[in-house]
Every structure is written in C-alpha cells, then in structure tokens.
Design a protein around this ligand. Structure first.
Ligand code: 3PG
Ligand code: MG
Length: 395
C-alpha cells in the first residue's frame, strides 16, 4: 500500500475517509477514541499544506437526512483535538460542501456531513454508488483512506472514490494492518484468542478460521451460552441462538480434532432479569436455573481465563465477557482485560465494544499493544476475507 508520504499534497484538496463513528448520548460523545485515532493523519496533511476535506459516517441513517446522526458534534470535538478550526459542511456533496471546500486555504480542515445521509454511499447498485462517488471525488484532487473501521464495507467513500483519484493509505490504516499481519503471519505462540459479545452468529466466519490458527480459544459473553447449550447444558433465560447450535457443535468437534483448547465459562453471574441492579448469584455454568440469565462470567471463570492467557505470546480479544455497561456485571470483562495487560504478550483489542469497555472501565489504554478502531473490520481481516477498502487502496 502506498502511504501519503508518496503524494505531494501541498496546496491540493485531499479527501480523507476517516471512521468517526463514535457513540453519542444526544449530542455528547461518550467515547472519542476513533476521533483521536484519526487526528495524526489529518494533522500531518494539514501541516504539509493540504486543504483537508474529511468525510465519515455516523450510525445507520440509511440514506436519509436524520439530524440525530449529524456529524456536527464530531466536528466540534475534532477541532478541539486538532487545536485548529474545522469548517463544517451541512451537506455531503451539495452547495454547502462545495462552498466549504472552496473556502479552504492551504493547511485548513473541513468535515463533510454524514456520508450515509446520501443513498449512494451504501447502495448495492454499482451505478448509483458510482454516481455518488464521482460527486464526492469532484470535491478533491487526492484521496487518503484512513477509516479502518469501515474498510470491510463496499461503500462509495471506501471502495469507489479511490478508483477515481490518486490515492494512498493514512497512518491509522497502515498501523492497523501492520498489527493484523502479526496476528496472521508468523504469529508468536502460544496464540490465544478471547471472544465475547452477544451473538455467535456475528463471529461464525472468524471462529472457523481461528480454529485453524490458534492454540487456545476462550469464549465468554452472551455467545458462550449457545456453546454451553450445544454441550447439552440448560442455560435458563440467558442469550441463546438456537439456530446456531449445529454450527457451534461443529466448532466443538473441530477444536477437539485439531487439539485447540476451546475454553468455556465454568461459572456465571445468574441474574433474575436484565437490569443494572438485578439480584444475582454465582452458579455453575452447567446448572443455570431456568428462571435466571447469565449476565457475566463468574469468579472461577475469571481465574481460569487469566491462567489461559498468562503464558501467551500473542493475544487477540474481541467482545465483552458480560454486560459491562452495568457495573454489577462488568467484573468479568475487567478481569480478562487485566489478565491481558499482566500477560506481557503482544495484545490486541479488537474494536467496538471491547475498546469502549477498556476506556469505560478506566483501564490504561497503553497497557495493550494495540487497540483497534475496527471491530467488524479486524474480525473480517482475521477471517481471511478481502476487505474492499484495503483492496481499493492497494490497486
Ligand atoms: C463500525 O462502527 O462498525 C464501523 O464504523 C462501521 O459501521 P457499520 O458497522 O455501521 O458499517
Ligand atoms: Mg459495525
């Protein structure tokens, strides 16, 4: 992949596709990790005298203008982090965008409104997507792809625009890909992967591929209950994906055949209902009462998992171990994160909820070797898929 060191950016309009998809509570950004991760590329381009036009998506407005998905609060935060003005265009490729970009002087930065307000951005119709991509490309002379969290999406701003402009990868994408390479090529062993999160159906592809690569696979979070059920245990009212039971039985067999140590919870915090103050007890994972639901891994599982990562040389972690948004059920996720930090291994936290959990639980971000900004993207990379946004930058 070309980096933008290979592009002469001075005085040129550079369209930067960033991933600024941050969680919002009203207009308050509750985790600005992705904005901070986007700053180095934007700042460097501005320092080199580019007219920097940043584009990004927020949430899933599905091709409609929905004010609650405006990037305006993100423009404010980006400006604070950069320590310089960020001009905000109130549309994506309309009059405001043209005027805002037209008004930029060398070294200045603008942010366009949410790309997903435009139906062309995510369209499966190549012509529709291409039409929108052409309008976006018309706003710039060069393209820098830096939205790692969205590289698994075949969207206009990710996939089509780099075909229309001289292009290069930004610093974030280069850094993320370097790390993922260490997880897929000449990985230092023992290689341990910890997976959590609600749904096993989101992780089928990656589990299948990881079973051919890892020494140990630790499963927690909501998805663990489908594994426990597949082993023949009752899981009460816990999250369960009945339609995935066959698939999961296949994984259990495959792990046994390959000698992969697939580790499931041995105890859970079983709550009366899904609430932050729900009464709960520690119960064996094989004896969850019918009227209870597991909302976190229990103390023996925390110790078991910690032991399984202690001697690892490489660890990838994606997905919380419990409902970490509720303090009472955050302990499992915290314990696993602490065990990763203590391991001294090359530790990678894969995006989304797990990255947010690290920050919410007050854990030191520099305790990990790398915290990815892309959950879905890093999983698809580890699954061995071709990511449209990376392929487009490589061409
Ligand atoms: C993400 O948050 O997963 C990325 O920003 C991509 O967003 P998406 O999952 O809505 O495509
Ligand atoms: Mg996603």
């Amino acid at each position: 992949m070309r980096t933008f060191d290979d592009l002469d950016v001075k005085g040129r309009r550079v369209l930067v596709r960033a991933d600024l998809n941050v969680p919002l509570d009203g207009e308050t950004i509750t985790d600005d990790g992705r904005i901070r991760a986007s700053v180095p590329t934007i700042r460097t381009l501005a320092d080199r005298g580019a007219k920097v036009v940043v584009c990004a998506h927020l949430g899933r407005p599905k091709g409609q203008v929905k004010p609650e998905f405006s990037l305006k609060p993100v423009a404010v935060r980006l400006s604070e982090l950069l320590g310089r003005d960020v001009a905000f265009a109130t549309d994506v490729v309309g009059d405001s965008a043209s005027a805002t970009v037209g008004g930029l002087r060398d070294g200045e930065v603008a942010l366009l409104e949410n790309l997903r307000f435009e139906p062309g951005e995510e369209s499966k119709d190549d012509a529709l997507r291409g039409g929108f991509a052409a309008r976006l490309a018309a706003l710039a002379d060069l393209y820098v792809g830096d939205g790692f969290g969205a590289v698994h999406r075949k969207h206009a701003s990710v996939y089509d625009v780099p075909k229309l402009l001289p292009h290069a990868a930004g610093k974030l994408i280069v850094a993320e890909v370097e790390v993922l390479k260490r997880l897929t090529e000449a990985t230092e062993r023992p290689y341990v992967v910890v997976l959590g999160g609600a749904k096993v159906s989101d992780k089928l592809g990656v589990i299948a591929n990881l079973l051919t690569k890892v020494d140990r696979l630790l499963i927690g979070g909501g998805m663990a209950y489908t594994f426990l059920k597949a082993q023949g245990h009752e899981v009460g009212g816990s999250l369960l994906q009945e339609d995935q039971l066959d698939e999961v039985r296949g994984f259990l067999n495959e792990a046994a055949k390959r000698g992969v140590d697939l580790v499931l919870p041995v105890d859970v915090l079983a709550a009366t209902h899904f609430a932050k103050d729900a009464p709960h007890d520690v119960v064996d994972a094989t004896a969850i009462p019918a009227d209870r639901q597991g909302l976190d891994i229990g103390p023996r599982t925390r110790e078991l998992f910690a032991g399984k990562v202690a001697d690892a040389r490489t660890i990838f972690w994606n997905g919380p171990m419990g409902v970490f948004e509720f303090d009472a059920f955050a302990g499992g996720t915290k314990a696993v994160a602490e065990a990763l930090i203590a391991s001294g291994a090359f530790t990678v936290v894969g995006g989304g909820d797990s990255a947010a959990a690290v920050r919410r639980l007050g854990l030191p971000e520099d305790g990990f070797s790398h915290i990815s900004t892309g959950g879905g993207a890093s999983l698809e990379y580890l699954e061995g898929k071709t990511l449209p946004g990376l392929a487009a930058l490589e061409e």
